[in-house]
Write a protein that binds this ligand. Sequence first.
Ligand SMILES: [Zn+2]
Ligand SMILES: [Zn+2]
Length: 699
Amino acid sequence: MPCFPPLCAPVRRHLRGLFHRKGGGSQGAAPGSTSSSKTALPTVEPKEVALQADSVAESSSPPSLVCAFCRETGLFAPGHFREALDAQLSYAGFSYSTAWSQVQASAAEGCNWCRLLSSTRTEGMYKETLRVTVGFRVHASNNTTPKGVQTLKLVLDDTPHSVYYVSTDPDDVAASLIVAKTCVRKLSSHSTYVMATNCIMDCIRNHERCPPPHSATLPARVIDCLDPAKPRLHVSNKDEQAAYLALSYTRGTTSSFGTTTDTLDAYLLGIDMESLPQTIRDAIRSTHALGVRYLWVDALCILQDSETDKIHEIAQMGSIFRNAYFTIIASSARSADEGFLQDRVPPSPPDITLPFRCSDGQVGAMSLSPIWRQYDGSSEPVCQRAWCLEERLLSPRALIYASHTLQYHCQTTTVNVGNAVCGPITGHRLPNLLFRSDFDDRNTSPALSPNDTKALRYSWIEAVGEYTQRSLGDPADKLVAFAAVAEVFQRAWKSEYLAGLWRHSLVQDLLWYKTSESRHPRPERYRAPTWSWASVDGHVWPSLLDDRLDLESVDTQTCDILSCEVTPVTADLPLGQVSSGVLTLRARMFKASWNPAASMPDLYLYDKLDQPTDTLPLHIGCAYPDSDVDAKEIWALPLMWNTKTQHAAGLIVTRLTDSTATENAPFRRVGYFHSPEDGSGGLWWMSASDEERRDFVIE
Ligand SMILES: [Zn+2]
Ligand SMILES: [Zn+2]
């Protein structure tokens, strides 16, 4: 077993079974294992145990976490605690009254429960008698893991106050009764690696929706982590098959590092760990500790001084992450220098530790964590970086080194490794069908159901929306860093990609817009045609599926798209950077006016401005300028409109340059508009106008 680290036997034992799914089907050899290995593997799964407290032996030694009153008369007296536990059945829980002055005195002396009551009671509710009701429940949210996590609801003076997640240490005597465990904070410990491996195993064996790992062709270069003290670059043979991990991280302010044409030969013999930034070192160590031999890291596996190599490898990014055994996401590290294996810091204020009376009479300890204190993954450094979105979306499985703990993320679930409570998940996932292997064939188009089509459309919209909120080191990479996401959709749609838009849904795709908060100046260097969202910086809202503009409806009409041609900078990266994009439309244009500096400009029909002062200009829509500084001489160009609902949406355009004011001069997009939401105005201005349909070009 050459791939496994010699000192990591438990991890090795777990990994032996990684490729054996439920039912005994083998999906190929595990990294470094023999295919005959069928060791029965212990599984670590949360036990769903109903909370139940039986009579508690009077002899149980009371913990000193609470005061004598709480322990003997209050919530933690044996019978009382059981009533609170039975709240799931009776719904009432346990209620008692206590003196407020007593609570405050005990809080000052260190009773954890009295401290909680004291800090929870709202100012101004002061009465000497405090009424306390406590009940345990199983949390009802489908999106919270582990399944069956329990909560404690606290009601003071008959007013609901707080709900807390209940957890305990895995070694605690109450561990079999409390589903959630305390958060793992030692991320590089042996036990954490074993638990992480268990999560991956559980996914491979039991998650029907997750794409199974398959024998993957190694990327052109990978890091061989067999000896983590002296890793080396490995140049793969053609079609060499082996399991590998991929790393997603933020380079941040770290000075440039990586493989160049000069260092390539030396790196094949060995890479000095000390020369690598901490995040890369941590990735090599954890790859080794997780029992996998190869690791893909962009800076080491792409020649940093070769444009040709960069283009070639970037074109492989989608398959590199899709085929990785799993991805290590260094979520919390702001730069490559920071690393991600450090012990995590407990939350502040800390969780509250209280006694937990078990059914067998023993007294354990539980931790309460306010349910509102949720981890927000979107604020992690890795979620600010544009490149990292496709790396996460395309990874069917990932270990996320978050700022508070280690998480396992797959197409089915997100869990905190070690079964700590993981709140509702907000992160976007690609539809499972995009991982289907029958989409690999470029020449055939597997049928998509209407639901599939809708799911893909929403997913694309969501991905573009999320992507455009992230920052790019090099603004020229706007389309390049999203090309792998586009590629995976193209496998399903078999449609032509037009600088961020799709041929098959082009009219709707043109209707993206920006709100005033995300308005920026247009980039100075050409990046994409103005009708593409890739031509602007900041958050873009792609067009939503608006019922009023449903193309299936007989009432919906559109302009005619005569042609749309995009030229990629290089044919080796057809979904990447473009050098030009020309859209030719046959439509009617209406000269309009607006105040582009306003946060929510109104759009008026221009010719009404010359009316006498007692005539208001004709309001035809709400406008959304694309950038901070834009043209005054504009035209409204309806792309889609519904004659029944009298609703229209379209583009606002101006001349491409001031000096091209000739009849056939091209235009550029400067904004988006739709009919007023209050329905005023209608669409009569479109039909009443003398404007003829004509052909024109937007660049
Ligand atoms: Zn107390
Ligand atoms: Zn899974």
